[in-house]
Design a protein around this ligand. Structure first.
Ligand code: PLP
Length: 426
């Protein structure tokens, strides 16, 4: 393999048609931010937009802003900005609530639709290393409704799709490893057995191209504060295939999901389509910040959109893997992320038998922000996780990040006590 040089990384930046998108973000000088898969960066427009919503729309116009500033339509308006990123149609997505809560709604609906068709199906299949909140929500729903949750390894999914399965619930890109499922193939395998699918796009939306419509997925949810850069606690999104959208009252049937909320009738009458997946009043300030994040994707559209972002993301992650192998050999690092492009999201996860947490802390002290995810003491090792957001990460950043990893490993500074202290959020 040819040795990669800093000059080559710089020239990749010079040739990068997407490099200007970084100007849409306020990133601290000198920081290399590789955690946009956990909390996306601040869009430059957000601070003044939120200030304007506070001072003008709230402060001056008060309750009139529900109409005059379009507050009431924000779930649909923002949903329509997300739709092209995930292969959904116009008016098929709403932004609302959190990922966890939206999962509760769609999994409940999927179980109800399945039970209507074939009450004998009593199993939900998911992946053992799915993000915990997804598993917890599924556990609680299964208990409540008399289903069983069956957890399997990725290679066991297809064989687990038997006649007693109601729903296959998966996260498209695994949060620990960055491994990506073939959504179309697994959905087809599930449908061949009359099983409904629920896809969590928390690590996919804005990171990799997704095509819910062509994949014929049934239900989908995703996160607003990761690759969509909506800010801490930004509301999440929900999509339901139009063939199902009108079939069921979702379980949190609040007034925002009513066909005519301002008639204030005592009886619930669900709105048509995805609007019924709303529950109650939405956090308008968070919505305003998320809209700024989504507008960056609108700007990216003119430069090739998700297809162009995907190409850059793969070059970034390929480069990181190659540089780690070239410059950090002999330090016990392994690769948890698949090398095959079709199986990789937009992050690279390294393994190490010990010291992963402290190495991440030492990197953060040097201005390279990634994060740590604990292993299970068994097959899943501790992970050093690095997210590559093609909207604002450059190729020289990758070089510099690997150089810091090299120094931290070579001089052993990660072993210092201050890097071995755990905090509430890792
Ligand atoms: C980040 C993430 C979530 C977050 O759920 P919240 O309700 O926003 O806390 C859920 N699922 C997956 C797969 C995630 O990666």
């Amino acid at each position: 393999m040819n040795t990669i040089t800093l000059e080559q990384c710089r020239s990749l930046d010079q040739q990068d048609p997407l490099s200007g998108l970084r100007d849409h973000f306020d990133l601290p000088q000198g920081l290399i931010y590789l955690d946009g898969n956990s909390l996306g960066a601040l869009p430059k427009a957000a601070a003044s937009r939120v200030a304007q919503v506070v001072t003008q729309e709230w402060g001056q116009n008060l309750i009139r802003s529900w109409n005059t500033a379009g507050w009431f339509q924000m779930p649909q308006r923002l949903g329509n900005l997300i739709a092209p990123l995930i292969g959904a149609g116009h008016n098929e997505v709403v932004v609302t609530d959190s990922t966890s809560i939206n999962l509760y709604k769609v999994l409940f609906a999927a179980l109800s639709i399945s039970a209507d068709q074939d009450p004998a199906r009593r199993v939900v299949v998911s992946e053992r290393s799915n993000f915990p909140t997804d598993l917890y929500i599924a556990q609680s729903l299964c208990r409540e409704r008399g289903f069983q949750l069956q957890l399997v390894e990725p290679e066991e999914i297809e064989s687990a799709l038997t006649r007693d399965v109601a729903v296959l619930m998966l996260t498209h890109v695994n949060y620990r490893t960055g491994a990506m499922h073939d959504m179309a193939a697994l959905t087809a395998a599930a449908h061949a057995k009359s099983i409904l699918t629920v896809w969590d796009l928390a690590h996919s939306a804005g990171a990799v191209p997704v095509d819910l419509t062509t994949s014929k997925a049934d239900f989908s949810i995703g996160c607003g504060y990761k690759y969509l850069n909506g800010g801490p606690g930004a509301p999440a999104f929900v999509w339901v295939n139009p063939v199902h959208a009108d079939r069921f009252w979702q379980p949190l049937a609040g007034w925002w999901g009513h066909a005519a909320p301002f008639e204030f009738t005592p009886d619930y009458r669900p709105a048509h389509g995805i609007t019924r997946y709303l529950c109650g009043t939405q956090p308008i300030l968070n919505m305003a910040a998320l809209e700024c994040g989504l507008e960056v994707f609108t700007a990216a559209q003119a430069l090739g959109g998700m297809a162009a972002l995907r190409i850059k993301s793969l070059v970034l992650t390929d480069l990181f893997i190659a540089l780690i192998e070239q410059r950090c050999g002999g330090h016990g690092l392994g690769l948890a992320t698949p090398r095959q492009h079709a199986q990789r999201g937009s992050q690279v996860c390294l393994t190490r038998d010990s010291g992963a947490f402290a190495i991440i802390q030492a990197l953060i002290a040097r201005g390279v922000i990634g994060d740590f995810r604990a292993g299970d003491g068994g097959v899943h090792k501790d992970i050093l996780r690095f997210g590559f957001t093609p909207l604002y990460t450059g190729f020289e950043d990758v070089w510099n990040a690997v150089e810091q990893v090299r120094q931290v490993l070579e001089n052993g500074e990660w072993q210092r006590p201050e890097f071995n202290q755990k905090h509430a959020v890792t």
